[in-house]
Design a protein around this ligand. Sequence first.
Ligand code: PLP
Length: 397
Amino acid sequence: MSKDGFIGYGRHFIDDDDCRAVEKVLRGDWLTQGETTTRFEAVLAERVGAKYAVAVSSGTAALHIAALAAGLGPGQWNLTSALTFVASANAGVYCGADSTLGDIDPHTLSMSPAAVERARREQPGIKTVIPVHYAGLSSGMEALRRACGDCVVIEDACHALGATEEDDVPVGACAHSDMAVFSFHPVKPITTGEGGAVTTNDKELYTRMMELRTHGIMRDHDRFEDPEQAMDGKDAAPWYYEQQNLGFNYRMTDIQAALGLSQMDKLETFTQRRRDIAGRYDEAFRGVAGMSLVQNTAAERKRSAHHIYVALFDFPALGCTRTQFMGKLKSQGIGTQVHYIPVYRQPFHKRRLGDVAANYPNTEAYYAQTLTLPLFPAMTDEDVERVIASVQNALGV
Ligand SMILES: Cc1ncc(COP(=O)(O)O)c(C=O)c1O
């Protein structure tokens, strides 16, 4: 809850340990990317069971370098879900590629394997597929990987740190993908203020991403293109580095990484609290007229990271618009949000794709009905009950 008693749809959780961890770096010798970032990467990689992690300045930057490392470029296509934050689709466009979209499954809210197969039949130039683990529930990577054929698969796991696959493997282990991308934005499972990371088991992809996040610069003497320049007489020049490709400044700072390390200690507690709240909402809202639930089987609730709690509302049957319904909740101190406006409805993507809404019936049906209710680890039981009572009140039950 915020200081004025308003319960927003999501909120970070910061405690004294987080503040102390950040202060320690602030009072130390190194603020930008250094040893603390390396430690954060090691802890993240170990937690998800991947060989490597590359920490960067945002989930968007992580998607960008992952797509570039995959070799995506002009003349090729990226496929992602029609239902996602725009960053998943923009990643392909940043690389000069075209970006197409797959329709969602109405219950899991992820691109179904059938949608991926259809998109690949229609567009043989698809090089990368970015499935989105919507609201924290994995897209079911084993079946999806098969549908992706020889495409490079980059999981958009920005909602899903702490989630597991159907076989209990943590999301991010990349057992059925090439790379997985995380975001540490304040409402995400853990936060570094802004921040992101890519995990992978592929050494080559890892090396490429490490270079792309810092201007395309590398310092590996064995791989220099101009070994003569690298020498100072008989000695290797200690200042020498090479920019071999065009990269970016996408570095995470040690200040952010310190917060990330401290937040990682709480990931299990955060996930459990999110799961408990989602379970309580399910219990309160199951069978309520005018409302239906998604991603809510026991197995789904067990493996999701519950980044957000989305429910579907039949606004025409309730006799109000979504705006009016949101207003009723707001007047009771409850904040809600709509996740997301389908990517193809955004003017930038509409200019590229045309008016294609009719091709995405499941995404359209979802968009017409969805509302995100408050869910974040700092919510007290009283907050949760207040949300439930307010929704019931707005529904007139
Ligand atoms: C599904 C998804 N992908 C990518 C991103 C981008 O992450 P960031 O905000 O860290 O750049 C977000 C963030 O909201 C997201 O929800």
